[in-house]
Every structure is written in structure tokens, then in C-alpha cells.
Design a protein around this ligand. Structure first.
Ligand SMILES: Nc1nc2c(ncn2[C@@H]2O[C@H](COP(=O)(O)OP(=O)(O)OP(=O)(O)O)[C@@H](O)[C@H]2O)c(=O)[nH]1
Ligand SMILES: [Mg+2]
Length: 327
């Protein structure tokens, strides 16, 4: 496809190194988006009975329905339909021409939405991680902590999930593997206390990064949502700018439900960015598009697998390309 420069055609000698999974390189994202890509490609390719297909109202209606099935939302799907109607009406169109337009629209709708982790200007950068049960919070924290440690930063974890029996142990095992420090509370302790102790220690002992885990909760559980606001306030006692990030971890397999999660959590916890975990297991990676449109929350990171390196910076171009470019 000619509408962007292919990053993987670089002659950069570091390219082989950056092709390692989790480095943000297109290769790992392409692999992780395989299910989304194959669902989208198959659904749309089905509309072609011969090499060229006539673009009329019926074709546009079918195309729109297939796009909606990919979870990319009505706004993006409507834009793509209208652009194809405008450019090709009453003409025959090839599959690859349509694919190119879809990728282009996805790329431009995601383009303003990426962003790096916001770092503190002075003192530790404190990151709070929230999301529904099992979305991938603790794993994301381990991946992020490992990344920061590899950059030579001193990292402190806060085991703020005092609710689930094995949660503290899970984070402790990660901290030992990664080689970073951890603050733990007793099982059933107030998660605000753990957040208080961890952020206090991060400031007093001059850590670079402090990442706080929280228990999974549903966006509909209002008392648990209020608990997140309280944790935020507690953290701010030690560092007025903190938390520097409140990352909402969404499970990419959740599809449309991720939209309601994004709404509930961003209202209650003041989320500043999204981590889209488990795109490797999902055919619904397109859900990132409506989340962008509706909440204006930048996607910062994507989870591409269960291993410690399986994390990548979100890059709209890589993502759009990985969603569509044929196998
Ligand atoms: N395939 C895949 N699996 C992932 C990814 N991220 C997390 N997981 C898996 O998802 C499961 C849940 O991950 P956790 O990190 O424990 O999720 P959590 O949000 O902390 O869960 P709770 O603390 O119970 O709310 C684990 O089996 C992880 O290995 C990912 O990017 N890809
Ligand atoms: Mg957890």
C-alpha cells in the first residue's frame, strides 16, 4: 500500500534488534493483530464475487455492516462508507482499493490519540493502574516496570490489590523476577493505605518510578469507583502533581463493553490514558477507534502477549497497518 512509508523497510542496522517482540516494531504488532486482521479481511473480501465489484447503495450498505462487525464504531464506519461512495459510486472497485481507504481512515482517526507516558518534572513519576477484573492490570504493571528497569530507572511497585487472595503474591513474584522493590499491605487492608505508603516511600527514597496496582472492579460498582478517587487523593498528598498517569487497562477481547468501561472509569478515576491489553487474543482490535472518538483518551501502550516483553508503544500507523495489511 502506498499511502504510508513502510517502517519495516528500513536499512537501519538497529532494525533487527528493534524487531524483538514488545519493542513497538511493526512486526510484533502485526503478529498480535492477526485475529483482528483476518476477521476484518475475510468479512470484507466476502463482498467480492469477481475482481471488481460495483459500488451502489446495496454494496455500501453491506460494507457498512461488515465494518460495524469489526467493532470500529458507527462514526468511522460511516466515514469510510461515505468516502467510498463519493470516490467510486457507479464504478467497479477492487478489494485492495477499499482496504487502502479503510486503513487510511483508521490511521487518521487514531492519529491524534497516541502518547508517551507522562513523566514527572521532578521526583518520582507515579502511575496508578485501574480496570475491570482480569483485564491485564498486574501483567501490564510487570511489563512496564521491567521496561523502566531496563532503562536503568529505580522502580517501586505498590501492591494495592488487597482484595484478591493471590494478588499480592502475584506482584511480589513479578518484582523478584524483574528485580525491583515492592510495598505490600496486609490482605484486606485499605488500598488507600498501600497507595499512601508506596507513594511516600517513592518520594522519600527518591525512586524514579512508582506503579500502583489496584483490585479489579466493575465500572458499575459505585462505591469501588469512589475508592479509586480516594486513592488518587491519597497519592496527591505526597506529590501534588501525582498521579502523573492513571492508566486504564482494557481487554481488547471485550469489544463494545470496553467502551462502557472507558466511560465509567474515566468519569470516576480521571484516567489519562489507555493500555489495550490482549490484542493478540482478540478479533476486535478495531474497538480502539470508537474509544478514541468518544473519550479523547490517548492509547499509550498495547499488550501483545503474556510474556514480560510483550508490550509496545501505541503507534497509530503501525496499528492501522497491522489491522489490515494482508497475510
Ligand atoms: N494473551 C495475552 N494475555 C494477557 C495479556 N495481558 C495479560 N494477559 C493475561 O491475562 C490474565 C489476567 O492478567 P492479570 O494481569 O492478572 O489481570 P488483572 O487485571 O491484574 O486481574 P485482576 O487483578 O484479577 O483484576 C493473565 O493470564 C495474563 O497472563 C496480553 O497482552 N496478552
Ligand atoms: Mg491484578
Amino acid at each position: 500500500m502506498a499511502f504510508w512509508n513502510k517502517k519495516n523497510e528500513s536499512s537501519n542496522p538497529d532494525a533487527a534488534d528493534s524487531a524483538k517482540p514488545g519493542s513497538g516494531f511493526l512486526g510484533s504488532i502485526r503478529a498480535a493483530l492477526q485475529k483482528t486482521r483476518s476477521a476484518l479481511n475475510t468479512d470484507i473480501r466476502d463482498l467480492w464475487k469477481s475482481q471488481g465489484e460495483l459500488v451502489n447503495d446495496e454494496f455500501l450498505k453491506k460494507l457498512y455492516a461488515r465494518l460495524i462487525q469489526s467493532d470500529m464504531g458507527t462514526e468511522a464506519a460511516g466515514k469510510i462508507r461515505d468516502r467510498i461512495g463519493h470516490d467510486f459510486r457507479a464504478r467497479k472497485v477492487r478489494f485492495d482499493e477499499i482496504l487502502s481507504i479503510i486503513a487510511d481512515e483508521i490511521h487518521s482517526s487514531l492519529a491524534q490519540g497516541s502518547g508517551a507516558i507522562r513523566m514527572a518534572e521532578s521526583g518520582p513519576t507515579i502511575i496508578l493502574v485501574v480496570g475491570v477484573n482480569g483485564s491485564g492490570k498486574t501483567t501490564t504493571i510487570a511489563k512496564l516496570a521491567n521496561r523502566f528497569c531496563q532503562q536503568g530507572k529505580r522502580v517501586l511497585l505498590g501492591a494495592g490489590d488487597t482484595f484478591r487472595a493471590a494478588a499480592v503474591e502475584q506482584l511480589t513474584i513479578w518484582s523478584e523476577r524483574i528485580g525491583c522493590e515492592i510495598v505490600k499491605g496486609e490482605r484486606g487492608a485499605d488500598p488507600g493505605t498501600v497507595a499512601f505508603q508506596a507513594s511516600k516511600r517513592a518520594v522519600e527514597e527518591d525512586f524514579d518510578i512508582c506503579i500502583l496496582d489496584t483490585a479489579g472492579r466493575l465500572q458499575t460498582q459505585s462505591s469501588l469507583m469512589q475508592e479509586l478517587s480516594k486513592i488518587r487523593r491519597v497519592i496527591a498528598k505526597h506529590a501534588p502533581e501525582a498521579p502523573h498517569e492513571v492508566l486504564l487497562v482494557l481487554d481488547a477481547t471485550a469489544g463494545q463493553n470496553a467502551i462502557s468501561q472507558a466511560k465509567g472509569f474515566s468519569d470516576a478515576a480521571g484516567c489519562t490514558g489507555i493500555v489495550l491489553a490482549k490484542i493478540d487474543g482478540s478479533a476486535k482490535g478495531g474497538v480502539i477507534v470508537p474509544i478514541h472518538h468518544q473519550f479523547n483518551l490517548p492509547v499509550k501502550l498495547i499488550g501483545t502477549g503474556e510474556k514480560i516483553d510483550d508490550i509496545a508503544d501505541f503507534d497509530p500507523q503501525d496499528f492501522a497497518q497491522g489491522m489490515l495489511e494482508g497475510d
